[in-house]
Design a protein around this ligand. Structure first.
Ligand code: ZN
Length: 217
């Protein structure tokens, strides 16, 4: 079976997350909004008691070294509400910026707030993306009926995580989980995630792959 994971929004907790993933040789895709990073780390919003900060521009390349980058739009708007011109800018300029910064092809997209429409899908396709992720949960997750409406099996903290994992394994399929690292609000959650990553890496039947490789082959 192949296992993929994606994490959104480019926030400071990704520093700890990428370090954890590297320790276990796990691949992951990070969905970024290049228009929202300032030179220094910047406060973005509160998640419960926790302050969520975005990474600074200067550290992005180092934090995500070795990981796959995908496009999450320039500034994280609800895309179906945009004019055609703003839509092109949000999905096209962002892809060009990310490719330039990270020096890797960016062919994946992740809809901000899960929002899409036929016009949004067309713009994303035209801008050069080969898949786009919604927030829908699918089982089995791959291959999707429409690569521009790709979903995941579950969130990383879903109580049904291992049940879904075993179902995907039984058909030698794909298991895909996702989240935001700011959701990891205490050490117990970090330990639980580490246990999952370690368990998958130790599973001889499982292979970590990048999301794009699912669609490029
Ligand atoms: Zn997001």
């Amino acid at each position: 079976m192949r296992v993929v994971q994606s994490w959104d929004d480019g926030i400071v907790d990704d520093v700890r997350l990428t370090e954890l993933l590297r320790r276990y040789g796990a691949t992951a895709t990070f969905n970024l909004n290049p228009g929202l990073h300032q030179r220094q780390r910047s406060f973005s919003w509160r998640y419960g008691d926790k302050e969520v900060w975005r990474l600074g521009l200067d550290e992005l390349v180092e934090v995500y070294a070795g990981f796959e980058i995908a496009n999450h739009s320039l500034t994280h708007p609800y895309l179906p509400d945009l004019s055609p011109m703003d839509l092109e800018r949000e999905v096209g300029d962002s892809r060009r910026w990310l490719q330039d910064w990270f020096q890797q092809p960016v062919r994946g997209f992740c809809y901000p707030f899960g929002g899409f429409s036929p016009a949004v899908k067309a713009a994303i396709h035209t801008a050069g993306h080969i898949y786009a992720r919604t927030v829908a949960e699918l089982d089995p997750v791959f291959p999707p009926a429409d690569p521009l409406e790709f979903g995941a099996n579950c969130r990383f903290a879903d109580p049904a995580f291992w049940t879904g994992y075993e179902r995907a394994k039984a058909i030698n399929g794909v298991f895909f989980f996702w989240g935001h690292s700011y959701e990891l609000v205490n050490e117990a959650m970090w330990a639980d995630l580490e246990n999952k990553i370690a368990g998958i890496s130790a599973d001889l039947a499982a292979e970590w792959v990048n999301l794009e490789t699912l669609f490029a082959g």
